[in-house]
Design a protein around this ligand. Structure first.
Ligand code: FES
Ligand code: FES
Length: 152
């Protein structure tokens, strides 16, 4: 099926089965490998992208359902909030192996866009679907607070 996707502000034509996961299209067809494959079952958050600003699991999002939406991936989130998140991630040395971190950052950016001053509970609720094998959770939480402070 021929489709036109809006990815990171660019219109991109793809030819894929309607039910192919968006993650497959991003990684295998378009070579956008910043978005990771972890579980393939919407259980880990490694594949998190934004659809119209909302975090979704690309491994369980049929590509057809993303037609007409603004898709943002880790390669394309470049606003003030994303810059603050990235800076705090670096400052606090958040990643360990790094595998989960694209998804963590996408969820953190979505959180700070909705809530400029999240509490620990808000952070835990927003980030609970993003697993980290290296257990960087404390640094993630601290970095979100740090980014929020830098934006205030
Ligand atoms: S790869 Fe999509 S949630 Fe794990
Ligand atoms: S940094 Fe290793 S899985 Fe999260």
């Amino acid at each position: 099926m021929q489709m036109q996707l809006d990815i990171n502000g660019r219109k991109i034509a793809v030819d894929a089965p309607a039910d192919m996961p968006l993650l497959w299209v991003l990684r295998d067809q378009l070579g956008m490998t910043g978005t990771k494959f972890g579980c393939g079952m919407a259980q880990c958050g490694a594949c998190t992208v934004h659809l119209d600003g909302q975090p979704v699991r690309a491994c369980q999002t049929p590509v057809e359902s993303a037609v007409g939406a603004k898709i943002a991936t880790i390669e394309g989130v470049n606003d003030k909030i994303a810059a603050a998140i990235r800076a705090s991630w670096v400052k606090l040395d958040v990643p360990q192996c790094g595998y989960c971190q694209s998804g963590q950052i996408m969820s953190a950016v979505a959180l700070l866009r909705e809530n400029q001053k999240p509490s620990d509970e808000d952070i835990d609720a927003a980030m609970q679907g993003n697993l980290c094998r290296c257990a960087t959770y404390q640094r993630i939480r601290a970095a979100i607070h740090d980014a929020a402070k830098s934006l205030a």
